[in-house]
Design a protein around this ligand. Structure first.
Ligand SMILES: C[S@@+](CC[C@H](N)C(=O)[O-])C[C@H]1O[C@@H](n2cnc3c(N)ncnc32)[C@H](O)[C@@H]1O
Length: 296
């Protein structure tokens, strides 16, 4: 197919007229995990054992779950039978492994294809897991009741940083409500000093990617906003078959340790312990973990 010059000209105009510089969350939020087609393409990336993108490889995840089980044993004195809620569980890889080790896992996410995979594996292996379709930014009482009370909550892979501070502070309070007194929370957080505090542009060519299912130009622009201590990356994806352009964005919030401890404290979660990345497999895809307990 020959690209349509009219579409290419429109793409040029849209890119030319885009916000300059883009502002985190005002000019885009996050990649469309919840979109059906996108989530189908992303499922392949989650399950790819050749990279740690979207989900880490199974050996790393099993390592993480082993680490978690040690912490749960130390904090709660049990090595089986705990109820653990996994936030943004994706294809359920953490939940599956927890259930294989004798715990009850509850996962939720808003991406349909990974959730379907999570459910299928649990059914096939007869694992004690339940999965829910829910948006972390919209956890109403009914949804929280579906999760039930849990002994521990996990939130892996630094996805926590993809939310604005006030949004994160608000869902921490909601999540804390389902945690039993004395319950444990493990949060994998992108380190404050790990953010690229410079503006940069980049372009790539891809035969296919989660952002487009055919050959495309991938134009990427990264901006750091010092005032809100956050980054935004804007992606312009130009389909080489049609000349059509699609815009995506992804924001990340940097948290100082003391601000994070304060937000956790406001949610009734105290005694923060900061631990280094669990395996050290790849600093781009594995982050430090902060653990806290809910007050009794
Ligand atoms: C980097 S992936 C990690 C998936 C999984 N935790 C893992 O490590 O295998 C981030 C996940 O967070 C989910 N997510 C992002 N924003 C969300 C929201 N507002 N509500 C629910 N899930 C969300 C995405 O759909 C995606 O599955």
């Amino acid at each position: 197919m020959t690209p349509d010059c009219g579409k290419l000209a429109r793409a040029w105009t849209r890119i030319n007229e885009d916000a300059d510089p883009p502002v985190p969350w005002r000019d885009g939020n996050k990649i469309p995990w919840h979109d059906a087609d996108f989530s189908e393409r992303m499922l392949g990336i989650h399950l790819d054992q050749g990279s740690h993108m979207a989900s880490r490889t199974i050996d790393i995840i099993n390592h993480h779950v082993g680490w978690l089980c040690d912490r749960l044993q130390a904090a709660l004195g049990k090595d089986q039978g705990l109820r653990v809620l996994d936030v943004g569980c994706g294809p359920g890889l953490y939940c599956h492994e927890l259930a294989r080790r004798g715990h009850k896992a509850v996962g939720f996410d808003f991406a349909p294809a990974p959730l379907r995979h999570a459910q299928e594996v649990a059914e096939r292996e007869g694992l004690d897991c339940t999965f829910h379709h829910a948006d972390l930014t919209d956890l109403n009482d009914e949804t929280l009741a579906q999760f039930g009370k849990v002994d521990a909550i996990t939130f892996w892979f630094g996805e926590f940083n993809s939310f604005r501070k006030d949004v994160a502070a608000s869902f921490l309070k909601r999540l804390s409500r389902v945690l039993e007194p004395g319950g444990f929370l493990a949060l994998e957080v992108q380190p404050y000093d790990g953010f690229v505090r410079e503006d940069a542009t980049d372009w790539q060519l891809h035969a296919a990617s989660p952002l487009c299912d055919g050959p495309h130009f991938w134009l990427q622009r990264h901006n750091w906003d010092e005032t809100v201590q956050a980054e935004i990356t804007v992606y312009w994806i130009i389909d080489a078959r049609t000349g059509e352009a699609e815009r995506f964005a992804q924001c990340h919030q940097a948290w100082k340790d003391e601000d994070l401890v304060a937000a956790l404290g406001d949610a009734g979660l105290d005694g923060a312990v900061f631990e280094p990345p669990i395996t050290g497999c790849d600093e781009r895809f594995e982050f430090p973990v902060v653990t806290v307990r809910k007050g009794r």
